[in-house]
Write a protein of this length. Sequence first.
Length: 235
Amino acid sequence: MAARTHTLSRLRPSPRKSPFRLKNFPRSNASTQKYRPAYHIGWQRGLSSEVPPIRVLAIAGSLRKDSVNKALVRAAIQVAPPGVIVEDFGDLDGIPLFNEDIEKEMPEKVKSLKAKIAAADAILIATPEYNNSVPGVLKNAIDWASRPMGDNSFEDKPVAIMSGGGHTGGFRAQLHLRHVFVYLNMHPVNKPQVAITNAKTKLNASGEFTDPAIRGSVRQLLVALDVWTRRLKKG
Ligand SMILES: Cc1cc2nc3c(=O)[nH]c(=O)nc-3n(C[C@H](O)[C@H](O)[C@H](O)COP(=O)(O)O)c2cc1C
């Protein structure tokens, strides 16, 4: 049985409202599809194998070994549509608490984070919600990568958010992140909103998301990020 997520109603095709609606998309298909297959979108946009892929850096905002948000990143790598390469930054462990006094002697891990962000075409964040907001571990990493002043690695980057949370699915953490993105001058994808409620109960015995509805919503988010990134690059 398909797991319920907050995203599903958003994923049903809405030819007039979809942010990635494409001219000439065969509307007759829309009513029979649960979500629009990504390869149709790539094809409709005229993407071919000669079009360079976009590189997406994925950052999970949890240090927990069995983190559902780390599992969301793994799912993203597996379901990425053609033309999208997702790289997992890996554990944020080892990034010290930000202190302006030491920002000039930047720790190696922060240097690596900043370099990977700078090299990426877009960012994908998978985050839990802690006490209605963004976990300190993630906010701390964001603060480091935004410094020193004048060298904000996130400047002008497209970004997509997904969250695996408790009963709320992490929506409020997502909203708080969007607030942070304004200061960072990032460009968030608005929809689909991927927020997995009671996410721990939706992992399989190996700690992976296998539910097609969840994997489909992650894929649709990457499709939207791909479309958005290419649109921004065109200027
Ligand atoms: C300190 C703390 C605060 C939490 N606050 C919330 C919350 O505000 N809303 C929510 O939906 N879940 C909340 N949770 C539950 C987590 O979102 C949930 O455990 C999630 O699976 C953690 O993500 P992870 O598996 O990637 O570590 C909280 C958990 C902790 C440890």
